[in-house]
Design a binder for this molecule. Structure first.
Ligand SMILES: Nc1ncnc2c1ncn2[C@@H]1O[C@H](COP(=O)(O)OP(=O)(O)OP(=O)(O)O)[C@@H](O)[C@H]1O
Ligand SMILES: [Mg+2]
Length: 264
């Protein structure tokens, strides 16, 4: 095969990939994502009661401290599968749906990479490559169908996730994002406190921590013990996930119709 023919084939492949939303990179398995990734099917419906709860959480974050606003927030939990990724994504979407702010959501769970897989971004250049200095931040940011929501996927699974996340490179990455995206909140989806050291490390690099607790799952003494590894002044609050709340009666009707009508 001649070199010219090879080059033409490569160009054709790249153009086809570009049309589908992806551009092949030098990495065989990890590509740069070009285009806008859909997120709408993964987040709560805009006129739902849950969306209203996330708007409340967004308001708490956005108006937390006017003199020294929060810019970077870690979402963690005491034990696995309490809903961190779910809360991080929906909080970021609520910020992005607002009129004033943007969100950059980082998949800092380099072990499970759940956020990246849910978005179909598991083979995309991401945080690992930036921390290993094999890609720039701008190369790894993925735009979504929401103008104001950007994702930094996890990237390849590294052998040393805890070291990478605890590194000064990670701290610098957060600082660089804060400096280059001044209207953005940096939301970081992390690993659980009990099983890993990443959440505690990230809590020291960021302005605040949201702790997700799955209702009726995590024992009180476990919560008390695990939260000791996070400086108390960094804890912004707790999201009690999947808690049952009043869904009938006058308040609910008022709540639903008021917000439902407004959004149409
Ligand atoms: N409030 C909720 N309503 C409906 N489904 C939820 C809710 N919270 C979490 N889930 C579901 O529960 C499962 C676990 O949630 P998620 O992956 O967000 O937890 P996690 O804490 O990030 O887990 P991990 O420790 O593995 O990272 C997912 O299937 C998610 O969609
Ligand atoms: Mg998760």
């Amino acid at each position: 095969m001649s070199k010219t023919y090879e080059a033409l084939l490569k160009l054709e492949r790249q153009q086809a990939a570009h049309k589908k939303g992806r551009v092949l990179s030098k990495e065989p398995h990890h590509e740069r994502y070009i285009g806008r990734v859909p997120v709408d099917n993964l987040i709560v419906k805009q006129d739902s009661i849950l969306a209203e709860q996330f708007r409340k959480l967004q308001t708490i974050v956005v108006s937390h401290n006017i003199t020294q606003p929060l810019r970077s927030i870690v979402v963690t939990s005491c034990i696995p599968e309490e809903g961190k990724t779910y809360v991080a994504l929906n909080l970021s979407a609520a910020i992005a749906r607002g009129l004033d702010d943007s969100a950059i959501l980082i998949d800092a769970d380099l072990r499970k990479k759940t956020l990246s897989s849910r978005l179909g971004l598991q083979n995309i250049l991401g945080l690992s490559e930036v921390l290993e200095q094999r890609a720039t931040i701008e190369e790894t940011l993925v735009h979504t169908e929401f103008e104001a929501l950007t994702i930094l996927p996890a990237g390849a699974s590294p052998p040393n996730p805890a070291e990478l996340i605890a590194s000064t490179r990670m701290q610098r990455l957060i600082e660089q994002l804060e400096a280059s995206h001044k209207d953005s909140y940096i939301i970081i989806d992390s690993t659980p406190i009990a099983a890993t050291s990443e959440a505690a490390a990230l809590s020291q690099m960021t302005d605040g921590v949201i702790v997700v607790i799955m209702a009726d799952k995590t024992r009180r003494d476990v919560v008390r013990r695990e939260l000791k590894t996070i400086a108390s002044e960094k804890i912004l609050g707790v999201v009690l996930n999947c808690a049952e709340f009043e869904t009938s009666g006058y308040y609910h009707k008022y709540y639903k119709s008021y917000y439902g009508k407004k959004q149409k």
